[in-house]
Write a protein that binds this ligand. Structure first.
Ligand code: PLP
Length: 362
């Protein structure tokens, strides 16, 4: 009882709703009074069948997904999807288009190049990834097999406000760090994938949503685990799925529904992010990285006048119970990751600490 919880600004694995953690704790020793804990049940048991089916149903409900999409719970993180996407969707003689907006999209592109022909449709690397490409920056290839983009750039703190146009090609999205942060029109996508450990649950499961028509592209010669068609046919139970991680994702989905779904989450996220951006804009002491129109609701990045001050900031914030504010090594500075489960009070505490810090050192 009375466990001290820090405000955890970690980019991932990230903070989870306390109610979810408490429920999981209670079911660790005995799931729903069965006498067997959640990590000890068979993935073929009726208890787990109910869990995975309900998790899928709740995610479908939250995202208003239609029946022409399938849902998979896979392992290997978003990183394995960097390979699986081209292996399944990029046919011989075809080209895949990539929009490069940060470290993760670069990695996705690097893996796809090992599989087939790729075309960089746009990149903002020359501007240190401080913005999302504008529609007229995007130059698609003639008839791409798909167009891949990263909806939220976890390291740089930028986020797409609207999907890129693809001229009819299937749109494939790495949504690892912003899935379920706002309503999403799934119908505009061919595929969406997301490692769970940012906004969905613990590390160990990756959510993959795919339009059924695309499953025809999966060739039998693929390694079985990487074959989307086979994984869909097996309902993510071809082999042992990450039982515990799927269970937690299911609890998070229920928590989202109880809290008003994605419309309500979007409202909360805009409110939390505005608090922090307003504080950053209020003083020249803070130097936000992302251009205003590209700002992320999930990962907020900024610099201070010197690296010494940034190190002090991180250290003193930790002493005030605010953890993991150090920016990614590729851009330095500071980063506050404030996913769905991150409480508003934590952002208020950070803003108040920032004002004091700026007053002292500015
Ligand atoms: C964290 C992250 C990844 C990597 O996820 P893994 O599950 O560790 O492979 C990929 N893309 C984005 C946008 C991320 O934030």
């Amino acid at each position: 009882m009375g466990v001290e919880r820090a405000y955890n600004f970690s980019p991932g694995p990230a903070t989870l709703p306390v109610e979810v953690l408490e429920e999981a704790r209670d079911n660790m020793l005995s799931l729903a009074g069965s006498g067997v804990g959640i990590c000890e049940i068979s993935h073929r048991s009726k208890e787990f069948s109910a869990i995975i089916e309900q998790a899928e149903a709740d995610l479908r409900k939250l995202l208003r997904m239609t029946d022409d999409y399938s849902v998979m719970f896979l392992q290997g993180g978003a990183t394995l999807q960097f390979s699986a996407v081209p292996m399944n969707l990029l046919g011989q003689g075809q080209t895949a288009d990539y929009i490069v907006t940060g470290g993760w999209s670069k990695k996705a592109l690097a893996e796809a190049k090992k599989v087939g022909e790729c075309h960089v449709a746009a990149t903002t690397e020359a501007e240190k990834f401080k913005r999302i490409p504008r529609p007229d920056d995007i130059k698609l290839s003639k008839s791409p097999a798909y167009v891949h983009f990263t909806s939220n750039n976890t390291l740089y703190g930028t986020q797409w406000q609207d999907e890129p146009q693809t001229g009819g090609a299937p749109l494939v999205c790495d949504a690892s760090s912003d899935i379920l942060c706002r309503p999403l029109n799934v119908g505009r996508y061919g595929m969406i994938y997301a490692g769970a450990q940012k906004n969905l649950g613990p590390a160990g499961v990756t959510l993959v949503i795919i339009r059924n028509a695309l499953l025809e592209r999966s060739q039998d010669s693929l390694p079985i685990y990487l074959n989307y068609r086979k994984m869909v046919e097996g309902k993510s139970l071809y082999n042992t799925p990450p039982v515990f991680a799927v269970y937690i994702v299911g609890l998070v989905a229920k928590w989202l529904i109880r809290n008003g779904g994605l419309d309500q989450m979007y409202k909360r996220n805009r409110d939390k992010a505005a608090l922090l951006y307003d504080a950053l804009d209020a003083s020249p002491f803070f130097r936000p990285h992302a251009d205003k129109e590209s700002r992320s609701l999930m990962n907020i990045t900024w610099r201070l006048p010197s690296e010494e001050l940034e190190a002090q900031f991180v250290e003193q914030a930790a002493a005030h119970n605010m953890r993991n504010l150090k920016g990614h090594r590729s851009i330095g500075g500071l980063r506050a990751s404030i996913y769905n489960a991150f409480p508003r009070e934590g952002v208020e505490a950070l803003v108040s600490f920032m004002r004091d810090f700026a007053a002292k050192h500015g």
